[in-house]
Design a protein around this ligand. Structure first.
Ligand code: MN
Ligand code: MN
Length: 457
């Protein structure tokens, strides 16, 4: 064998076991004791041995509202690796008039040969012309087994119910999964126009223009559309208890709908909009932060299986030079927050606090996202035959978060000053050590595009 990881506690979505892990040719070949000889031994005493994280929701090198996300593939995937994530799925945006194939070629140019970890693409359908829908039929066979639709962003990314039904039908027929950003674009637009007319141009208006009702209405509608055509549905970045109620009701009716939340909804709230000056712009993402009671509902839903996955929705914009594009008009603040490196660390705080079991943590950050997006059995689990994407996690290490201790190429973190417990120390990608002691030691470009299979719900 190439490598044996000895003395650690192996955590999967269903088990926590003291065991050694044998690796050969980049794959896990044995789990147990007395595995024999190897070229190399990695001592994992006192460490948790986790599957590499699978982040199903990131935005790298992506044009947004007249600017571009602060992280590109090199910087963003190094940050992801340092946070324990070994596979990301990025959103390939279609520009108006563009073919999906050309959009995908553009995303390959951004990523190929420049990534620290493995990656795949969701295909965003923003201009659903008939020939684009024809194109969509062929994407699953090319390893693009998920499509993204926006109900938000009027006049830009928003698609109407007819287009949603058509895309859901294709996904149902071809074995793909549709992801939906569920916010009612017209409701937000009305509130934005009123706020601007009243001279309420500051960042707090971002919050006021996107109340829970905006998310709840769209969540209900997305589930109903999927129900009509018997298609599976993945709701991204669910933020509040009232939207979770729609998810629960849909599942009770038999709809194959699953939900994702993001760490920022677990740790930020409307109170962050009380910060002085323009500071609140750091918390302008869509949907916006909610009430403390919603945070409790989300934690409970993560623990009891109502929610299925945690994505970072990494959409980094520098506070100076990017967020301030909207200093005089909140509708021009690029929406999003960084978090690709902090995703697993922040969710692990739920383990520290006794809200989540170790296995549930692994399931939410790796195993279920891998399964839903057609990456299983190679990704998301520690099992014979799986890629040796492995994290040695120190459950006792602590760190006080700030931009200085993170690798994300952005000038702030929403977790600034928070002291966290539990950190990834050593990260392997297909058997090679790429992070040691929170430093990236891999070779950029060793990350590979992953052709994904059909979703398993
Ligand atoms: Mn979104
Ligand atoms: Mn997003």
């Amino acid at each position: 064998m190439q490598l044996i990881i000895t003395g650690g506690t192996v955590v999967t979505a269903s088990t926590v076991t003291r065991a050694d892990v044998g690796i050969d040719h980049g794959r896990i070949v044995a789990i147990g004791t007395d595995l024999g000889a190897a070229d190399q031994i990695l001592d994992a005493s006192g460490r948790l041995v986790l599957p590499g994280g699978v982040d199903p929701h990131v935005h790298l090198d992506t044009p947004v509202m007249g600017t571009v996300t602060a992280d590109d593939y090199p910087s963003g995937t190094i940050a992801a690796a340092c946070g324990g994530t070994t596979t990301v799925i990025d959103f390939c945006f279609q520009m108006p008039g563009e073919r999906l194939q050309d959009a995908l070629a553009g995303w390959h140019r951004r990523a190929d040969g420049r990534s620290a970890i493995d990656y795949g693409f969701h295909s965003v359908v923003a201009d659903p012309r008939p020939e684009v829908l024809d194109e969509l039929e062929s994407l699953p066979a090319q390893g693009i087994s998920s499509f993204k639709l926006f109900m938000a962003y009027r006049g830009a990314l928003q698609v109407d119910d007819w287009a949603m039904l058509r895309v859901l039908e294709i996904a149902q027929r071809r074995g793909a999964l549709v992801l939906v950003h569920a916010e009612n674009a017209e409701m937000t637009h009305l509130l934005q126009q009123r706020l601007l007319a009243a001279g309420q141009t500051g960042p707090r208006s971002h919050l006021v223009s996107r109340p829970p009702l905006v998310e709840v209405e769209a969540t209900h509608r997305a589930i109903a559309l999927a129900e009509l055509v018997a298609a599976p549905l993945y709701l991204v970045h669910m933020s509040c208890g009232a939207a979770l109620d729609e998810l629960v009701r849909g599942r009770a009716r038999g709809v194959r709908v699953v939900g994702e939340t993001c760490p920022h909804y677990l740790v930020t709230s409307t109170a962050d909009f009380d910060r002085p000056g323009f500071e609140a712009a750091k918390y302008c993402y869509s949907p916006p932060p909610r009430q403390p009671g919603d945070q409790q509902r989300l934690w409970q839903a993560l623990a009891d299986g109502t929610l299925h996955a945690v994505g970072s929705d990494h959409a980094p914009f520098n506070f100076v030079g990017q967020k301030d594009l909207g200093r005089d008009d909140f509708t021009r603040i690029p929406a999003g927050a960084p978090g690709i490196e902090e995703r697993m660390i922040m969710l692990y705080q739920g383990v520290v606090a006794g809200r989540l079991s170790l296995s549930r943590f692994v399931d939410l950050v790796a195993t279920t996202p891998a399964r839903l997006f057609g990456l299983a059995p190679h990704k998301g689990s520690i099992a014979p035959g799986a890629d040796a994407d492995i994290v040695l996690w120190n459950p006792h290490a602590t760190l006080t978060l700030s931009p200085d201790v993170l690798h994300q190429r952005v000038d702030y973190t929403i977790n600034h000053g928070r002291t966290v417990q539990g950190l990834p120390e050593t990260v392997l990608l297909r058997g090679d050590v790429i992070v040691r002691g929170r430093q990236y030691v891999g070779t950029l470009g060793s990350g590979q595009f992953v052709r994904r299979g059909p979703p398993v719900l």
